[in-house]
Design a binder for this molecule. Structure first.
Ligand code: FAD
Length: 321
């Protein structure tokens, strides 16, 4: 029995959420006493594949096939299920990313496995029964799900499990997939990026703003600060509810969970529901004119002052740097 963890790449580079899935798979393997093996599909360099060792996984199965250069939901699901069967894997772990959300149920159906999508914590294991916490109702609540099947597919919510480094040497083994014609019935020919902006779940720096900004017309300085730092922009819930910013930027208990290296919170009070989605950030900087704002309690650095004076000064300082 073993664990298979699918590692996603974007244009040949492993995604941040992949490192979280690898660490999660290693932690599950430590709990069950099994070994975890990574599976890469698509064109990924050896240097990238070797990064798997930095998260404690010793073996990568590499599927590098011309038909699979671009993501094809059905075909990728078939390959993941075939590899899992061939190595006798009873647990398949992947990220609950955009593509993972399409893959996880397909892989579970092909394997006859129980599925936990949106997992946010390690399972509690009692024989064949595993209990797993997952987010439900668009992240508005947390449910505990019991998986009773021997085979399990777990899709891990990005940013819910910290990637922990544990360097080991990696061996890479090639696998030639047997694809059925209907696996390739729909193929993506081209992906054109709609935006050059840094993606929020993957960003290592996030500039986030709240109701203290007074209105949507004041976001130019937030975007400029984010541009200067190479950061993604985010916001508090009332800001997206009011339509000042898109819902995709809303972070917190009912929005996205992020864990960047640096989270800059501007004009955000620091309500517990907001902190639920950002407290895994490595360094938190808070800018708020109210010295009693709760956000200061969890901040690594705090600036008490008016955002409309401080943010332009920060932009100038970073530009000059
Ligand atoms: P406010 O609470 O209005 O705070 C504005 C802050 O800006 C204040 O601290 C003020 O001192 C400061 N400020 C004002 N002017 C300036 C200035 N010129 N310069 C600097 N600072 C200034 N919220 C989320 O964000 N994410 C969630 O996922 C979320 N989920 C929720 C789920 C539930 C079930 C509930 C009940 C609430 C949820 N909320 C969530 C809402 C949350 O409770 C807060 O109401 C919200 O986070 C407050 O947003 P805010 O900090 O932008 O606004």
């Amino acid at each position: 029995m073993s664990i298979l963890v699918y590692i996603e790449n974007v244009e040949g580079a492993l995604k941040k959420s992949t490192f979280e899935s690898l660490s999660y798979a290693k932690a599950v393997a430590d709990l069950t006493g099994e070994t975890a093996t990574a599976l890469s599909i698509g064109r990924v360099s050896q240097d990238e594949l070797n990064k798997v060792g930095q998260y404690g996984i010793e073996k990568v199965i590499e599927v590098d096939n011309n038909d699979l250069e671009k993501f094809v939901n059905q075909a990728y699901a078939s390959v993941i299920a075939d590899v899992a069967k061939s190595m006798g894997a009873t647990t398949v772990i992947l990220s609950n990313s955009f593509s993972g959300k399409g893959l996880a149920p397909r892989v579970a159906a092909k394997l006859g496995a129980a599925l936990a999508d949106g997992a946010i914590a390690l399972p509690t294991i009692s024989g064949v029964t595993w209990q797993i916490q997952k987010t439900v109702f668009s992240n508005k609540a947390i449910a505990t799900e019991e998986l009773h099947e021997q085979k399990k597919v777990i899709a891990l919510t990005p940013n819910s499990f910290e990637a922990k480094e544990a360097a080991v040497a990696v061996t890479i083994e090639k696998y030639e997939p047997q694809l059925a014609p209907n696996d390739l019935s729909t193929v993506i020919k081209e992906i054109v990026r709609a935006t050059d902006k840094v993606s929020l779940p993957e960003a290592s720096i996030v500039v986030s703003a709240g109701r203290g900004l007074k209105g949507p017309e004041n976001w130019a300085m937030i975007e400029e600060l984010a541009d200067v730092l190479g950061a993604a922009t985010a916001c508090s819930k009332p800001v997206s509810d009011a339509g000042w910013r898109p819902h995709a930027e809303h972070v917190g208990q009912t929005g996205l969970a992020v864990s960047p290296n640096l989270y800059i919170a501007i004009g955000i009070s620091g309500a517990i529901q907001h902190l639920a989605g950002v407290s895994a950030s490595k360094t938190i900087v808070v800018i708020n004119k109210d010295p009693e704002a709760p956000f200061f309690k969890v901040a690594d650095y705090g600036i008490v002052g008016d955002a409309f004076e401080i943010v332009p000064q920060l932009i100038e300082a970073f530009k000059a740097y």
